[in-house]
Write a protein that binds this ligand. Structure first.
Ligand SMILES: Cc1cc2nc3c(=O)[nH]c(=O)nc-3n(C[C@H](O)[C@H](O)[C@H](O)COP(=O)(O)O)c2cc1C
Length: 220
């Protein structure tokens, strides 16, 4: 086992950014953030980065204790950024108690991060249903196999319940659990962060105001 100090040395020796990084001309940035989210996301997808649509969702319930997990970005619309999950999961319960959240998208190959804060709303039922039915059968079965994030007695138990769930879905292929929900994060702030290899950073934050979006550079 490594001692604390050898971990420190090992970690310090690792490169943070390697290779060419894209530029970020903040003078040419649009007046609102969603088009820039789409531009950076498209560039990540076109660059064939692994999981360009994986993002971190941070929530805090009534007790104020934060928690974060990785989710898949499901859509980007004028309203905001979308994800889907079970509303009876810990994150779903936290969002019911406190409908505010933060999202982070990070594309390490591009040295780019987008940070979003905002309020959360459940999307229309038909969006949730369409989203669930578009999932692979194994993912649909896993979602209804048991109570997400509760203690599981054994892996065998899970596999047994997945087989039962598959049988239900074979019989009712259009089944969508009431708990499955599409959520939209309606941005209050969106920050675009671009690294360069020489450790310069460019930060541009959009903040929602009554009259529209304010755009400000931030100190790195
Ligand atoms: C790459 C990746 C993608 C994931 N996508 C989702 C997702 O779209 N929806 C979801 O509910 N959980 C997703 N998960 C699982 C969550 O990270 C988490 O384990 C689960 O939702 C339980 O979270 P909670 O206990 O905070 O409610 C994903 C995990 C990973 C690593």
């Amino acid at each position: 086992m490594m001692t604390d100090s050898s971990w420190r040395d090992t970690l310090r020796a690792l490169p943070v950014f390697a290779g060419e990084l894209p530029g970020f001309n903040t003078d040419a940035a649009p007046d609102s953030p969603i088009p820039l989210v789409e531009e950076w996301l498209s560039y990540a997808i076109d660059s064939e980065i692994s999981q360009p649509h994986a993002m971190t969702l941070a929530t805090a319930g009534a007790d104020g204790v934060p928690s974060a997990r990785t989710l898949i970005l499901k859509d980007v619309t004028d309203e905001g950024l979308w994800f889907s999950t079970l509303d009876n999961s810990p994150k779903g319960r936290e969002l019911a108690a406190n409908p505010n959240a933060a999202l982070t998208l990070y594309w390490r190959e591009h040295g780019r991060q987008i940070r979003v804060t905002g309020s959360i709303e459940k999307g229309p039922r038909e969006v949730s249903e369409k989203d669930f039915l578009a999932r692979k059968p194994s993912a649909r079965a896993a979602a209804i196999a048991g109570p997400e994030s509760e203690i599981l007695s054994s892996q065998e138990k899970f596999l047994e319940r997945v087989e039962e769930a598959k049988a239900i879905l074979d019989f009712r292929p259009d089944f969508v659990p009431d708990e499955w929900n599409a959520y939209v994060v309606k941005p209050q702030t969106v920050e675009f962060w671009q690294a360069s290899r020489d450790r310069d950073q460019i930060r541009l934050r959009y903040s929602r105001e009554a009259s529209g979006w304010a755009k400000n550079l931030l100190w790195p």
